[in-house]
Each structure stands twice: as C-alpha cells, then as structure tokens.
Ligand binder design. Structure first.
Ligand code: VG1
Ligand code: CO
Length: 557
C-alpha cells in the first residue's frame, strides 16, 4: 500500500502555456517543485472528475521525459486518478495519445513534449494537457491552469509508489485504501490498427510493391521511429533501410526535430539524388509532417492541404463519414479555400494552434484541416497527425497513379497557385520584437495605410485594402480570441502577416508569412522570385531590421 503526502510549495509566476503547452528549458523544469506545481495545477483545473477516470500519458522520449512520466504517475495516484495509461518508457506520439483518449473514453491526457523544439539537457522540455475530446486544451482551460499555478500552495504525491514503465504490463496498487491502476502499453499497436481502419492498407501495400515505389522517411530521432517501422515497414512492406533517424533519442541525436527544409536537411539532400519517389519527415512528437517528391520537390504545407482536400474521397474513412468542411489557420495560404469553393464546402479560418480546430471537428463542421507549419490532419483524431498525412499522400498517389510533382502541377493548373513563404527570425530580443509588434499595431490603429500604395524596390506596387490584428470568434462556443497576428491584405489578394511565436523557450521568434495568388499557371515561376517584392515591402513596412537587428531569417520555408 502506498500513501499520499501533501507537500507545501511556492508558486511560480511563469507557468503560462503557449500555443501548445508549457515549454521551457530543461533547467527551468528541474527547479524545485516546478514540474510538480504545473502538474498539480492541471489536476486542480480538471477538478473532481479526474478521480474516477483514466488519464493517458505520452511523450516523445526527450531528455527529462522518463523522470517526469514517473513523477506524473506518483502525482496521479495521490490525486485519486483511477487509472493511468502510459506508453512503454513514457513514449507515445501526440496523435496516438489523442486517439487513445477518444477510443478509451479517458478524461484527458498529458503529453510530455516540446514538440519541434530541440531536446537534451541544455534544450527544451514541455508539458501539454489534452481534454476528453482528445485535443489540446482550449485557451479557456490553459488560462485556468495558469491562474491556478500562480496561486498554488500545495501538491499531492505518493513518494513510495514506483512503477516500472519499461515493460508492457498492468499494475494495480492500493493507494490510501483506493485501487489505482497503471497500464503500460505498446504505444504503437492501437494507433497502427486505427490507421488500417482509415486507409486501404492492401491497396497501399500493393501499390508500393507493384510500382516499386521508393520511400524515404526520417523521424529526426523523435517519437515516430517505432511508428514508421511498424506501419510503413512491417505493415506496408517498405524496407527498413528507408527509415532513417528512426531511433527515439533523448537529444534527437543533436537534430532539431522540426520537419522543414532547414532542419531536415539530410532528408532533403538524400531526396535530391532522384532515387526516392516520396520523402517525409516528422517532428519530435509526430504530429507534423513534411512531404517531398522526387528530386526533393517541395510540397508546401498549404498546398499539401489543398491537394488532399481535392482527393479526400479516395480514402475509405471519408467514404464512410462523408466530407464536411475544411479549415486552415489564418497564416496558412488560401489554396484549400479554392478547393472548398469548387466542392461547395465551407472553409474556416482560425488562429494559429490546433486547439482552434477542436470545436469545429466536435460539431461535425470539418473533415480536414491544416496549418502552414507542417500540420495536417482530419477529424479522425483531434491533433494534427504526421503519419496520417503521409498515408493520405500515398493513398492519393495510389488512386491517381500520379507522382507528387504531377499532383502539384495539375493542382496549380486547375486552381491557380498560392505562393507562400515563411521567414522565421528565431531568438530575437523579446523587447525589441514586441516593440516591432506595437509599432505595427499603431499602424493598424491609425488606419493610415488603408488605400495606400506600397512600393517594392524592384518597382512592383501593392495597394493596402485592409490592415488588422486578427481576431477570431469561435462559431461553436462564441469565445473570442484577439491579437492573433498583424495582417496586411492587398487589393490583389496578397497578404503579409506578422506574429510572435508562442512555442519558443527563450527570446522571441518573429514569424513573417507571405501569401500571394497567381491564377495563370504558366506564369508560375519559383516561389522565392515570385514573392521577393512582397517580402521587400514587408521588411520596409515593419522596419524589422531596425527593431530586431536581423538582416536575414534563421529559417525560410
Ligand atoms: C507553432 C506553429 C503552429 C503550431 C504550433 C504547435 O506555433 O506556428 O502552427 O500549431 O507551433 O506545433 P508558434 O506559436 O510557435 O508559431 V507543435 O508540432 O510544436 O505542437
Ligand atoms: Co509537434
């Protein structure tokens, strides 16, 4: 029998979750009672209902994760949670956690991850709470967690409870006279079976074999390694040699587990040789994806969303559920909107962060949604889902018999093309970045740019139609979210957007998003050339260099 102790603690003032959970340097989480305080704040916010229920615990295997997973179990027991389901060694991808919560009717889940942020003792750790719909907690809940954390005085823990999470098994223990269960599960099995329900695996397997399709996948040493091996290699017949960086490592082997052209450089290089037909990379916790075609042909996430939207009905899951509407985050280019118009479906524009899609999916308004930040997913769960996106791409290829590049070029000739780029200026001085945002807000407030022509140094001119700070009213619960990014929309439909990242752990990351539409596919040149004048306008307008001292971005997508 294990006993609960109630420990006195001093609150921290900085436990405010960002775009997706609380993310800080490992050293911050290692401060006395820091993780304990945040976990207790989650339990207190969820309240009494946690006592007779199950919570799911997952994570991406990064440094400090196993320690916090064990701590979480001790605290769950002490807070009278009935059952904890945890992935073996604390490992379970974000999409798999979402799926498990829904399938088994858990009250929620806690994912120990800083997602695409680097790991290791000097890098980041994170804790994220998902609610009973399987999705990231909405801001109303994370705000309450934050408020609770600021006033926290005590937490509950069962110090003498030590459960071995390295072996798949079920443990039942007596805690203060109540029964408490910890189930250590294979993190892949349930999720892999669910993918088999959604997609036509015999068709995909046959297609890969018959066409001798060459696939190359990098898990960037994040959580996805075991999922890639089980789903792609074991169940779809892709050779093991096609699975690179597929060992989950505490520091991701020094890689930055963010699947973009900069941080997944080794995959991009390998794809350039022209041997592989499709390449994919996933982030640390497995919810993001990057798709590449032969010769490293890049599929922008906004285009990926649109192409999948156009072909969604080839996936068995949607034959059953029908296709409802689509949604994208505000900075995501509007390519999917054109598909929605053609199909007579609704499309929603929400703020950045997957939590804003949850209500729309719960209400049956949307089937597919995505973000420009390499997030694609559907209403099969309530998180974006990297493996789902790759399987969806393979399904579209199998169905149409087209290559990745053909699918894109055909899409552009049918719908026109939204050129998109994102510049990230990482780890800027926080005060300087917020001064720049204040300056941009002052331009919004004065309205002085409306109707004005802005000139690029290369001669192009753009007339400002609208400039605002994006705000969103949730169509389902009517909650309002403000200050979600400065938008400058021009009369030709082009857009410039500025936001500060909400997932970083030090300084501020400025994100600049540029989106412009070209209806004549023949005029379509390289993205960088097409967008150069607008980028020039954006940098001049924001005085970015003056404010941040930065000449060039750290990442270009
Ligand atoms: C970023 C992305 C956003 C994404 C979020 C979480 O947020 O821009 O689209 O939902 O990361 O993704 P921000 O606030 O830094 O721009 V993940 O895979 O890191 O959970
Ligand atoms: Co992620």
């Amino acid at each position: 029998m294990a006993c609960t102790t109630n420990i006195k603690t001093l609150s921290y003032g900085d436990q405010k979750p960002g775009t997706s959970g609380l993310r800080k340097k490992v050293a911050i989480f290692q401060q006395a009672h820091y993780s304990e305080n945040f976990i207790q704040s989650i339990f207190d916010t969820v309240g009494q209902s946690i006592q007779s229920n199950t919570i799911v615990v997952g994570g991406d295997g990064r440094y400090w994760e196993p320690e916090v997973a064990r701590l979480l179990i001790k605290m769950a027991a002490a807070n009278k949670v009935k059952k904890v389901v945890v992935g073996q060694n604390g490992i379970m991808s974000t999409p798999a956690v979402s799926h498990y919560i829904i399938k088994h009717g858990a009250i929620g889940g806690i994912v120990l991850t800083a997602s695409h942020n680097p790991g290791g003792p000097l890098n980041d750790f994170g804790i994220k709470y998902n609610g009973e719909n399987g999705g990231p907690a909405p801001s109303s809940v994370t705000d309450r967690i934050y408020t609770t954390s600021k006033n926290l005085t005590n937490y509950n823990i069962c110090h003498d409870l030590d459960i071995d999470i390295s072996v798949v098994s079920s443990h039942q223990v007596d805690v203060d006279g109540n029964s408490f269960t910890v189930e250590v599960i294979d993190p892949v099995k349930d999720y892999a079976s669910y993918m088999e329900e959604i997609f036509d695996f015999p068709q995909l397997r046959g297609y890969i074999k018959k066409t001798n399709l060459q696939v190359l996948v990098s898990a960037l040493n994040g959580v996805m390694g075991p999922y890639v091996k089980e789903i792609l290699c074991q169940r779809l017949g892709v050779p093991e040699s096609s699975a690179i960086a597929c060992e989950p490592l505490p520091d991701f082997g020094g890689l930055h587990p963010d699947p973009n052209l900069t941080y997944a450089a080794s995959l991009v290089e390998a794809m350039k040789d022209g041997i592989y037909d499709i390449g994919a990379a996933f982030d640390g916790d497995g919810d993001r994806n990057m798709i590449l075609g032969k010769n490293a042909f890049f599929v922008s996430p906004s285009d990926s969303l649109a192409v999948l939207a156009d072909h969604l009905d080839c996936i068995p899951y949607f034959k059953k559920t029908g296709i409802k509407g689509f949604a994208r985050s505000m900075p995501t280019a509007a390519a999917v909107d054109r598909v929605a118009v053609a199909k007579g479906l609704r499309v929603f524009e929400v703020p950045t962060g997957w939590k804003y899609f949850g209500n729309l999916m719960d209400a049956g308004e949307i089937s597919l949604c995505g973000e420009e930040s390499f997030g694609t997913g559907s209403d099969h769960i309530r998180e974006k889902d990297g493996m789902w996106a790759l399987l969806a791409w393979l399904s579209v290829m199998a169905h149409t018999g087209k290559t990745v590049e053909q699918l894109l070029t055909d899409h552009w000739s049918k719908y026109g093309r939204n050129f998109f780029t994102r510049y990230d200026y990482e780890e800027c001085d926080a005060n300087n970045a917020s001064e720049m945002m204040s300056y941009l807000r002052s331009l919004v407030d004065s309205g002085s740019l409306i109707g004005k022509e802005l000139l690029a140094t290369s001669g192009e001119s753009y007339t400002v139609q609208l400039m605002d700070d994006f705000s969103y009213t949730d169509p389902i619960d009517k909650s309002v979210t403000t200050k979600q990014g400065i938008r400058v929309i021009f009369t030709d439909g082009s857009r410039i957007i500025f936001r500060l990242s909400g997932t970083g752990s030090s300084g501020a990351t400025v994100r600049l998003y540029i989106d412009s539409y070209e209806s004549d596919a023949k005029k379509c040149g390289q993205s960088a050339e097409m967008l150069a004048p607008l980028i020039n306008v954006a940098l001049t307008l924001s005085r970015l260099k003056e404010f941040t001292g930065r000449d060039t971005p750290t990442v270009i997508t």
